[in-house]
Write a protein that binds this ligand. Sequence first.
Ligand code: ADP
Ligand code: MG
Length: 577
Amino acid sequence: MNQLKKMAFAERRTMLLLVLFACLSGVVIVFQAYYFVKIVDLVFLKNASFGVIEHPLWILLALLFARVLFMYAARRTGIRLASKVKGDIRRLLFVKYAKNPIQASLSGQTGRKVSTAMDAVDEIDSYFSSYIPQIIQTAIVPVLILLAVFTQPAFSGLLMLITAPFIPIFMAIIGIKTQKKAENQMEKMAAFSGHFLDTLQGLTTLKLFGRARQQRETIRKSSFDFRDATMEVLKIAFISSLTLEFISTLSIGLIAFELCLRLVVFKNISFFSAFFILILAPDFYLSLKDLGNAFHSGRGSKGAFQKVADELAQEERSILWGTVHLLKDSSPPALEIQDLTFTYDEGDFAIKNLNVTIPPYEKIAIVGPNGSGKTTLLHIIAGLLEPTAGVIRVNNKSRTEYEEESWFNQISYISQNPYLFSGTIAENICLGGDPQASMKDVELAAQKAGLSKMIQSLEHGIDTTIGEAGRGLSGGEKQRVALARAFLKQPSLILFDEPTTGLDLYTEQILQASMCELSKKSTVITVAHRLYTIQDADQILFLKNGRLVAAGRHDDLIERVTEYRNMVHVQQGGGVK
Ligand code: ADP
Ligand code: MG
């Protein structure tokens, strides 16, 4: 049994409801035909008066209502099932993306992920909202109709039995053909939306570099590809509808022919029986045909589900956390990195055999050329990436023994481009900090981070809403919000990836003062680009190509390590004292 079916059958109650509604529908269809035929028989052949048929008429009306009602109920149950399952799948995806945010956001386009989470999951909808209910319906209703037909003295039941299988057979043939096409279409869609979103996000950059026109061509092409793939799927869907229609019409014709012969030539059937069978026949094929149509959406859903399953199955290097020890917040931890080795899943960059000891309260600067692995090292120390080999010891115990939350509660990570979510400035500062922090604490943190002046200039002050990714704030202001977070959180370990691009002078000063203040209560590890940080550090880690070339104080390294001297010279335009 495939995974989608398993998911459906996991919802036992819903499935039982669907079966119940299908049974009721089947019974209602049979009785509806019965009463309809009975009324016609009474009126036209037996010349009955209205008084006689009044009662059956009411029953027929009630049955009509019941039929609509059960159809509606089955439909609703299907939709409820679909939204429940979709919710579950989305949650799985989000948990998956959230578990390993660094790896996830680094590999693959964001747009593709959004497309998987939103569109592919939506495509799964029809599997549960129409395919599954229809399967149940088709498994039950035709059987009941067939039983009713067999009670009548004719071969029509046999004819139905013989012709019915042609519909699923044709459906299967066409279905197998569409599956590939549907998968193809999903892929085109994903490529298209991924490209579209990523292009939109990078539009400014693209424009600056005069590449917008070229990108427009790419978008044009992938949208046309998508259109063609969609048309292919639709083409087959239409042809198959036609085929199904044809088969069922032919079969009904066959039955009508048999009944006609019996009624007119052999005269061995009553009008009542013949008419009863003729009324039921279309309903019999209808539910088979409906299955055929549902089959298509079901197939499409399978294609989409494959996408989701692939995404969920994608290997992740999850971080192992223990439950044994809690990191207390009394004082900064003693860190020891032993024989650290790390490689990404892709590419051949590696950090090799890195050994560093970081005593509490030290100020560490990580320096090195672009791409030497500084940010990677910081991510590893932060616990965002899992070492391939080696251990990180925290207070003489392997970090894997600590409980995850207690670790992250003790650190602040300020990235080169801090992420702000849409919400008020206050909410953004509170992120990750003590949930019980008072407004006063938040304001104090903002003040320490040099945000007071900016906040005062805003109409709603600290409650001003800023956009997703901090839209509306300058790079320097975003850095200061991130600093305010650290002030509020008062972590014992601060990891800071200094922005490479020039900050405004004011932010630069704030940064300097803030780091000075924060470092009084915590260990600070900085990927350093500014001379001040470098000179101020207790220990400088000089990285090159993932290797620790040298470690020591600035003066010491300048004297000892030629490469370091050269690098600082180049970086600072030769202005090092
Ligand atoms: P730095 O911060 O020193 O400039 P990084 O740590 O960002 O350097 O990157 C070090 C190397 O690792 C670079 O060669 C980069 O291309 C590579 N790298 C960074 N992130 C990934 C990733 N997610 N997958 C594969 N390679 C990566
Ligand atoms: Mg970097």
